[in-house]
Design a protein around this ligand. Structure first.
Ligand SMILES: [Zn+2]
Length: 266
């Protein structure tokens, strides 16, 4: 129910040398380099203890992989017991199998799939800050899984983990965006407060073009969508924490549940 993607757990081991398409392999390995670089720069700027811990985990455990039929082909040697496969997803990867087509056509920019220990990132342009935020959010999930592996999560567990990963993401975005970001956040919290009626529904998302100067200029539509949606979730969390200090956790879980249900994830 939580994931419509069912994979074979068999992961093929092979060496880079066998690659059929060297250009694609090169593109994937530069993507891995660039995403790690962006995360590294952001983490140094933020100096946040949790971000430092998650980045150290990524550096030590991430290996490159690519879709292969219903599963994955590893492109690097496993470095540790906590290995996580980083998969930059090219458009053509959807042709590998119905499972990869599902992932390719999903609206999310990135996903962590515990069943294959894989962090999937669509290989579309993202700004450096956008890369860092997406990468750290998804690696938050990878870190949780590596430290406490689970077979399956129920809906509440799934939403609780998402709530915590969004709280982490909100904090690091605040650090990266600084005062300008916080000013727009205040404005959005006000809009949500004005529209929050007796049905207790958070008003639907809007768009803040100012985000391009306050946080980062999006390099693609997918990034713009990611940033605007993340910002809306951040503002909704801030509003619920201010308005319902004692019930904030339950209210945030309900809100996320409705977001994921509307998005077809749950
Ligand atoms: Zn998440």
């Amino acid at each position: 129910m939580l994931s419509c993607i069912v994979f074979s757990l068999v992961i093929l081991l092979s060496s880079i040398g066998q690659a059929a398409n060297a250009n694609d392999d090169f593109r994937r390995s530069s993507t891995k380099y660039l995403w790690l670089e962006s995360a590294s720069e952001a983490v140094q700027r933020m100096n946040d203890a949790e971000a430092n811990k998650i980045f150290a985990f990524i550096k030590a455990n991430i290996i490159l992989g690519k879709p292969h039929q219903k599963s994955l082909q590893l492109m690097e040697k496993v470095k540790s017991d906590n290995w996580i496969v980083f998969v930059p997803l090219l458009e053509k990867d959807g042709l590998e199998s119905a499972e990869w087509m599902d992932i390719s056509s999903a609206s999310a920019a990135a996903n962590f799939l515990p069943e294959i220990r894989a962090l999937i990132i669509k290989d579309v342009p993202f700004s450096s800050i956008g890369k860092a935020i997406v990468f750290l959010h998804e690696n938050y999930h990878a870190y949780v899984f590596a430290n406490n592996p689970y077979e399956e999560q129920n809906i509440r567990e799934y939403c609780e983990e998402e709530m915590k990963s969004h709280e982490f993401q909100n904090r690091i975005t605040n650090l990266l965006g600084g005062e300008k970001y916080q000013t727009i956040l205040k404005k959005e919290v006000g809009r949500i407060a004005d529209g929050y009626d007796e049905t207790e529904t958070i008003p639907t998302r809007t768009t803040y073009d100012e985000m391009a100067t306050a946080l980062t200029k999006p390099a693609s539509r997918l990034e713009d969508d990611f940033i605007q949606t993340s910002f809306w979730i951040h503002a909704a969390f801030s509003f619920l924490e201010e308005r319902f200090p004692r019930e904030a956790t339950e209210k945030k879980l309900c809100f996320l549940f409705s977001v994921y249900q509307t998005g077809g994830i749950l």
